[in-house]
Design a protein around this ligand. Structure first.
Ligand SMILES: [Zn+2]
Length: 243
């Protein structure tokens, strides 16, 4: 009896979590994670807005005339509306990263949908613009996300630097990014260290590394664009309408 129950739960778990993981993270299906046909790259920042680090990231981006994307938590957007407005006013894209930083593997599909709509309403209430881009925490999707989140474009990444950890300092972040960056990359970084498994002070390294990385990628001939531009350049021949 218990053995049957165990196998039943195991099959449900595989269906809910591991199949979507293979589909999206390994095969890149149903998600956008790079555009290798483009010579552009796109920077993205997760887990904010943060009262200190988000403003510092924005300063660096402004100094380098670069537009990026911020995947924000609805609960933090509610707390720091002035940062959401600044991100928007400075020309960056705002996407959703759930209302709180919980994994879609442990949440029910309807709860995820409800939290997304709540976060979208908060952001739209501040900026006047409804977000259309979504990145699930840790990039983990469940099987239902592909069906009930169809009005959001799901964005993953092709390059990350483990910048949620302080170990190795800004030098490690800089080295990883500059060694691995390729054309069409979507680069994942963090403007908050307040989430589970992250080091609180880690974004200091990200910000310090970012200053050098932005200079160097420009010298290598890459143009930094927002993910919607990177997406558009991949799909413009297919007449896919951007939101
Ligand atoms: Zn996150």
């Amino acid at each position: 009896m218990y053995e049957k129950l165990f196998y039943f739960i195991l099959i449900l778990f595989i269906f809910y979590t591991l199949i979507p993981f293979l589909y999206s993270r390994v095969l890149g299906m149903g998600v956008f994670k790079n555009n290798r046909k483009s010579n552009n790259i796109a920077f993205t920042f997760d887990d904010g807005p943060h009262p200190v680090y988000t403003a510092e990231v924005l300063d660096v981006l402004r100094d380098h005339h670069i537009k990026a994307a911020f995947f924000v938590l609805g609960s933090s957007a509610e707390k720091y509306p002035e940062l959401i407005l600044r991100i928007h006013n400075e020309g960056h894209l705002i996407g959703i990263h759930n209302y709180v930083h919980h994994s879609n593997w442990i949440m029910a599909p309807w709860k995820i949908r409800k939290d997304l709509d709540r976060s979208a309403a908060i952001i739209e209430g501040i900026t006047g613009k409804k977000p259309h881009y979504y990145r699930p925490p840790w990039g983990l999707l469940n099987i239902f996300d592909f069906f009930i989140l169809k009005d959001y474009k799901i964005i993953l990444w092709s390059l990350m630097a483990g910048d949620w950890r302080s170990r190795g300092g800004s030098e490690r972040v800089r080295n990883v990014l500059l060694t691995k960056v390729k054309q069409g990359d979507i680069i994942l970084l963090h403007d908050s260290g307040d989430t589970l498994g992250a080091d609180e002070e880690a974004p200091q390294n990200t910000i310090s590394a970012l200053k050098d990385v932005l200079k160097e990628v420009s010298l290598r001939g890459y143009t930094c664009v927002r993910i919607d531009e990177l997406f558009y350049s991949q799909h413009q021949n297919n007449n896919i309408k951007l939101q």
